[in-house]
Ligand binder design. Structure first.
Ligand SMILES: NC(=O)c1ccc[n+]([C@@H]2O[C@H](COP(=O)([O-])OP(=O)(O)OC[C@H]3O[C@@H](n4cnc5c(N)ncnc54)[C@H](OP(=O)(O)O)[C@@H]3O)[C@@H](O)[C@H]2O)c1
Length: 315
């Protein structure tokens, strides 16, 4: 399951809608914030900047030093919150350990929280108030664009975006026609950014969901009965061919940098691929869809802004 075609379809739709907003004199802007960070964070930031440009979204980069205080970080976020040019903010994680990450994401205004990690977004999602996005029949990613502004969605749910990576996984599965309803799905990893929301999304799609983590006693026992396996651990080669059921669908979300500088997922592709009915590559699987979804959420934020703030002048 390559993510490249789906990502290209989503980006084409975003681009055409960004152009429509531009005709109304409105720019769409995305802020990216890096606090300290590694060479791979820098690479991710640069990739996101260049992909944003291809769809006409303007980017604003905030590179804070490793030594930045929480007060400085929050001040910067407050400025971004007030900046009319910026519709979404993505903070790159991990951040320095002495900074409480929840303080950081909770400082982002919900309407600009395009990766859906702040408490308001998480709460709305858990209460199924923003789950509409995974059932949305809007034409993002369908390869066509009717040009609509998804008025129905915006009118009923002004804020609350879904986290981009798990949402991207659901879209990828659906893009390849994988039936989720009634299947046994195992998610490995329970982070707030990936594992936990993905489990909730699979549940919303009516899978029977098991979440595994470091303390799961026998991972292989859970995987033996899994129709869909989603691995998000950051442990390369954790999932081996002999652990999965014949014909299982495998989604590898992990990104691990190997000693030779290459990228690998959490799944041992060589041994797993021959037994799987579908498997995502790393790189080129979930990653491109994550970035495309981030851009889509940023566009939605801009559209919300237009819809909610533009006075209706009747003839
Ligand atoms: N493709 C993309 O677009 C994308 C986006 C975001 C992240 N990622 C990648 O996805 C991976 C996970 O990201 P994250 O932010 O969720 O990481 P994280 O916050 O470090 O969480 C990792 C999760 O994996 C679990 N885990 C670790 N080792 C395990 C093991 N041996 N067996 C079972 N579970 C294990 C941990 O369990 P405990 O909770 O018990 O510690 C934790 O829940 C990383 O490689 C990251 O780079 C990819």
């Amino acid at each position: 399951m390559s993510g490249k075609k789906l990502a290209a379809d989503i980006k084409a739709c975003v681009k055409s809608r960004v152009e429509k907003l531009s005709l109304m004199g409105i720019d769409v802007g995305l802020a990216l914030m890096q606090i300290g960070g590694t060479a791979s964070d820098e690479q991710y930031l640069n990739t996101t900047v260049s992909v944003s440009r291809t769809v006409g979204i303007k980017t604003y980069e905030y590179r804070l030093p490793e030594t930045a205080s929480l007060n400085e970080i929050i001040n910067t976020i407050n400025n971004i919150n007030a900046d009319e040019r910026i519709n979404g903010l993505l903070v790159l994680f991990p951040i320095p350990r002495r900074i409480n990450p929840r303080r950081v994401v909770n400082a982002i205004l919900p309407e600009k929280d395009v990766d859906g990690l702040g408490s308001t977004s998480v709460g709305m999602f858990a209460a199924e108030e923003s789950m509409f996005q995974i059932f949305d029949k809007d034409d993002f990613g369908s390869g066509s664009d009717s040009g609509g502004l998804a008025v129905r969605n915006m009118a009923c749910v002004p804020h609350g975006f879904l986290p981009c990576t798990p949402f991207g996984v659901i879209r990828l599965l659906e893009h390849y026609g994988v039936e989720i309803k009634g299947k046994n799905a195992v998610v490995i990893g329970k982070s707030l950014a990936v594992g936990k929301p993905l489990a909730l999304m699979l549940l919303a799609k009516e899978a029977t969901v098991t979440i595994c983590h470091k303390s799961s006693a026998d991972l292989a026992a859970h995987l033996r009965n899994a129709d869909i396996v989603c691995a998000a651990t950051g442990v390369s080669g954790l999932i081996k061919g002999n652990m999965i059921k014949e014909g299982a669908v495998i989604v590898d979300i992990g990104i691990n940098i190997m000693p030779d500088g290459s990228f690998a997922g959490d799944v041992d592709f060589e041994s797993v691929a021959p037994r799987a009915s579908f498997i995502t590559p790393v790189p080129g699987g979930v990653g491109p869809v994550t970035i495309a979804t981030l851009l889509e959420n940023t566009l939605r934020s801009a559209q919300n802004n237009v819809l909610l703030k533009t006075p209706l002048i009747l003839p």
